[in-house]
Design a protein around this ligand. Structure first.
Ligand code: MRU
Length: 351
């Protein structure tokens, strides 16, 4: 632990970055400890970055891309331009979590920059690419926030899932960046799904919304469909980890159920992500690798065992929402409403 930041009761500033490059190390806010302990830890090499991604100390699709890019920059420094060793570090980082497109995308960008660098210039080129990725993701957050708030103008009661704020992406995040932009224009009330089993909604989204001063209430995941059916929600707004070429989206497990409930109630189901989450190499969502996490996470709630210890568990961390249930995909380059193959390809072609 190198420092404690902020304070649970601090006013909204959004100023504490979830990842910060200090010139030789990556400092991250350890998200496994939030909301009760705000501790920054230092990651000194690519292996430590991969381990932090695996244990969700740093998480959220765009943010693990940024962290992995700096992990690659440290690998380039530590291997002094040895491309075989750099490839090994890339494999370890890519393997840390399988579902988010942004992870492999960011690693690949740094590998390409390293390969294109002149002899002796690999470490500098890798670091410059990591910094570029971080800056681009921050700009993407701001741009998609404005587009999303324009799209959702008039929606006041927003239901969201997992955590999609500054703890998950550059800038103010993805879906939570849209929420912040909406809140600047008028009153907003966010219904936060707790997001079992690791409680990213209860632990992280509540922490962020309190700091931003945005009204919110916490619900158990199973309450969402009933509240939507009762007319208490104007729109479902989530982030995503990977978008397939046909517009199917993978996001935190439980998202598909919210999409079905939104469709049944006739309210919009909006997905916000940077274009780095779009993976045109996969034809449909059925091909998206879904991370299966340890059953131990289901056996426990907030650390306490809640069932018989040897109970068989299934713990898929994500599910796939078919494109036909997505009203709009909001990105920094534009909105695909609904997301179709043609619209996604056009977005990626756009400058
Ligand atoms: O397993 P996590 O906590 O990394 O899951 C994150 C999500 O599912 C987010 O909704 C997603 O990455 C969207 S990001 C802004």
């Amino acid at each position: 632990v190198i420092s404690r930041v902020g304070g649970g009761a601090a006013p909204a500033t959004g100023a504490d970055p979830a990842v910060e490059w200090d010139g030789s190390r990556l400092r991250i806010l350890d998200q496994t400890l939030l909301p009760f302990r705000e501790e920054v830890i230092e990651l000194r090499d690519a292996g430590e970055v991969a381990a932090a991604i695996r244990r969700l100390a740093v998480r959220g699709a765009p943010l693990i891309g940024v962290a992995a890019a700096y992990g690659m920059a440290m690998a380039a420094r530590d291997t002094a331009g040895d491309m075989a060793a750099l490839d090994q570090a890339a494999d370890a980082l890519r393997g840390a979590r399988p579902t988010a497109a942004n992870l492999a995308w960011a690693v690949q960008r740094v590998v390409a920059a390293a390969r294109a660098a002149p002899t002796g210039g690999v470490p500098a080129a890798a670091l410059a690419e990591a910094a570029a990725i971080e800056a681009e993701e921050e700009a993407a957050s701001a741009a998609l926030a404005t587009r999303g708030a324009d799209l959702l103008a008039g929606a006041r009661r927003i239901l969201t899932h997992c955590n999609t704020g500054a703890l998950a992406a550059g800038g103010q995040g993805t879906a939570l960046a849209v929420v912040s932009a909406l809140a600047e224009r008028g009153p907003v009330e966010v219904t936060v799904c707790e997001t079992r089993p690791l409680l990213q909604g209860a632990r992280l989204t509540v922490w962020e919304l309190r700091r931003r001063g945005i009204a919110h209430r916490l619900i158990v995941d199973a309450a969402a469909a009933g509240l939507i059916a009762r007319g208490e929600i104007d729109a479902v707004l989530v982030g995503c980890d990977r978008v397939a070429a046909n517009g199917d989206v993978a996001n935190k497990v439980g998202t598909y159920g919210h999409a079905l409930a939104a469709r049944a109630a006739g309210i919009p189901m909006v997905v916000a992500c940077p274009t780095s989450s779009i993976d045109l190499s996969l034809a449909t969502g059925a091909q998206i690798p879904i991370e299966e996490r340890p059953g131990e996470e289901v056996l426990r709630a907030a650390g306490e065992v809640v069932t018989l210890p040897d109970t068989l568990c299934s713990n898929p961390a994500f599910d796939v929402t078919p494109a036909e249930l997505v009203t709009a995909l909001v990105t920094e380059r534009g909105i695909a409403a609904p997301p179709t193959g043609e619209r996604l390809a056009a977005l990626l072609d756009a400058p």
